[in-house]
Write a protein that binds this ligand. Structure first.
Ligand SMILES: N[C@@H](CCC(=O)N[C@@H](CS)C(=O)NCC(=O)O)C(=O)O
Length: 214
């Protein structure tokens, strides 16, 4: 049995934050497939009682611990490994600021946009898609501006804020109907820097459930 278990599925950018971190720190980990689309496992009483009362993936299992919320998982793994850990109190607060912004505004809009554009049955109405895309594009522009002045979100080194921000950004442009890296070139250059880190992996390679047949 591996040291860490991650309840996850390949299409989840929220789960990718944790999967990527586990790989980047060289952890001994294995994925536990959450059948989100077909069985709706995350909505079952069994999952909510035994895995996560919030009904969400990702969940990290480590010994007797079960942690949910990718930001909490990132903080935990950074603390244990000493990697991607913001060093000063100011940097820790700054990292948390970007993690919350990502959860709410970047991944928080890109995730539902991509879901309603590709995976929901029925697919989302055009007005809903336009709204979510507009919100996501606004948040991406803010991140792009931030990255125009520094190589990583906090400065010279990558931290958990960067790992978090990758959430939906490596999925194929066809799934969004636009190319995030091409339209936001500082994000594009930063994604290339993150991809060059040792043990980087693509979400569809790190987590089970791809390709999806609906
Ligand atoms: N803020 C959470 C978001 C987790 C989340 O929304 N995960 C999705 C999968 S991508 C989920 O399980 N959703 C279930 C639901 O909302 O019913 C995190 O970063 O871990």
């Amino acid at each position: 049995m591996a040291e860490y278990e991650l309840h996850c599925f390949a299409q989840s950018g929220n789960a990718y934050r944790a999967a990527l971190m586990l790989n980047l720190i060289g952890a001994d980990w294995e994925p536990i497939f959450v059948d989100f689309f077909k069985a709706g496992v995350q909505r079952t009483p069994e999952f909510r009682d035994a895995v996560n009362e919030m009904g969400e993936a990702p969940v990290l299992g480590h010994g007797a611990r079960k942690l949910s919320q990718s930001g909490v998982i990132l903080l935990y793994l950074a603390g244990r490994s000493g990697m991607f850990l913001p060093r000063s109190e100011d940097d820790r607060l700054e990292a948390l600021r970007w993690i919350i912004f990502d959860n709410q505004k970047v991944g928080g809009n890109l995730g539902p946009y991509r879901f309603f554009r590709n995976f929901a049955r029925p697919l989302g109405e055009p007005a809903l898609l336009e709204f979510l895309k507009g919100r996501a594009q606004g948040a991406l522009a803010i991140v792009d501006k931030r990255l125009s002045r520094r190589p990583y979100l906090l400065g010279a080194e990558p931290t958990i804020a960067d790992v978090s921000m990758t959430s939906y950004l490596y999925y194929p442009p066809e799934e969004f109907g636009f190319d995030i890296a091409a339209q936001h070139q500082n994000i594009g250059a930063w994604l290339a820097r993150m991809k060059a880190l040792p043990r980087w992996g693509h979400p569809y390679d790190l987590m089970p459930g791809h390709p999806l047949s609906l």
